[in-house]
Design a protein around this ligand. Structure first.
Ligand code: IMP
Ligand code: MG
Length: 336
């Protein structure tokens, strides 16, 4: 049996989707379940010719043999969910906990109309902040109250804990990143919930004693979208000269780019209870590493960077992403 949580170690968009997809193909989980805030998150998964951006369906959907769950703590936007299950053809194996709170049109309107959320914080405008506020006020409606969601309803914690009892593997995927956690991030420039591994376990109704591994995903050059402090941020000229330009999956806003932040990596690893780390974007540290899948072919420059990052994190780096495709990865988990 194994239950693994995958979370973002910086400000989101670390490449969790790709890491989840890779681990799914390797470890054959029977369930991949999403925690985190809701459709404010966008996960991009590239496989061969195709690039997918998902906001509700777990990014592990590319692995065809797992059931796909949305955990109890997550906010569901029925319109986004319907669009994605139809587009991806995953309606038969997608399930939503019956207690998920639902994002309605009015939440989106309030998110966009609020100067504080839309302008000062730079929210994604997806309605998540107002919906979580309504949930705390106990006026939000739940998934079970919506006819269009009936076909998806399930008891997520009961299913996951049952699978673990039977000795199956389960992946719990986090969204967002450590730096925008409501508790531990750069408050008030944060999202509307904690984003750490404990929250992802809670979102899915899995107790802390049942978690075997927490994989924290860091990108070699962290990014941030929206407002708020970013201590290692580069000027646009510097990031352009490195050839790094990124745009958000949900809002298409240009992401701010920064240097590796060892202090933040260590603090994030501590609060997440990191057992293993994944590093993405190593092809940006040294373009000679683009697409390689063999550890022995990493260059000295890449190895030096990884050595420093591992010392900062304080846990072994077992997954090294060398490009956008799911196949562009070095996996040394077994050798630990
Ligand atoms: P909200 O979550 O839409 O309220 O946005 C609050 C802040 O979190 C804004 O700075 C967003 O850009 C940021 N944010 C929310 N979700 C994500 C994500 O999945 N990736 C990166 N930033 C995010
Ligand atoms: Mg994203």
């Amino acid at each position: 049996m194994s239950c693994t949580i995958i979370v973002g170690g910086f400000f989101g968009d670390e490449g969790k989707g790709k890491i989840v997809a890779h681990i799914a193909f390797q470890d054959h989980p029977t369930i991949i379940s999403r925690g985190g805030v809701g459709p404010n998150a966008g996960h991009t998964v590239t496989m061969g010719e195709k690039e997918y951006g998902v906001r509700m369906v777990p990014s592990g959907f590319v692995y065809p043999h797992a059931r796909l769950f949305i955990g109890t703590g997550v906010l569901v936007d029925p319109r986004v969910l319907r669009h994605e299950v139809d587009l991806l053809g995953v309606q038969e194996r997608t399930f939503v906990d019956y207690r998920c709170a639902v994002i309605e049109e009015d939440h989106i309107r309030r998110d966009k109309a609020s100067d504080h959320l839309a302008k000062t914080i730079g929210s994604t405008g997806s309605g998540c902040g107002p919906a979580n506020a309504d949930r705390v006020m106990r006026v939000a409606r739940q998934a079970k109250d919506f006819p269009e969601l009936q076909q998806f309803l399930i008891d997520v914690p009961a299913e996951i804990n049952g699978a673990l009892d039977r000795g199956e593997s389960v992946l719990l995927e986090g969204t967002q990143g450590f730096g925008i956690s409501l508790y531990y991030g750069t408050y008030p420039f944060v999202t509307s919930k904690d984003t750490s591994a404990s929250q992802i376990a809670s979102d899915n109704g899995v107790g802390p004693t049942r978690i075997d591994d927490v994989i924290v995903v860091f990108k070699a050059y962290p990014t941030r979208v929206g407002e708020g402090p970013f201590s290692t941020e580069m000027t646009r000229d510097v990031s352009d000269s490195l050839g790094i330009q990124e745009f958000g999956t949900v809002t298409h806003r240009q992401r701010r780019i920064g240097e590796w932040d060892g202090k933040m990596a260590r603090y994030s690893a501590m609060i997440n209870g990191c057992t293993q780390a994944a590093i993405t974007g190593i092809d940006r540290v040294d373009p000679a590493c683009a697409g390689i899948t063999d550890y022995d072919r990493l260059t000295r420059k890449a190895l030096d960077f990884l050595g420093k990052a591992e010392a900062d994190i304080g846990a072994p780096i077992t997954l090294i992403s060398t490009g956008p495709d799911v196949a562009h990865i070095i996996d040394i988990r077994d050798q630990q």
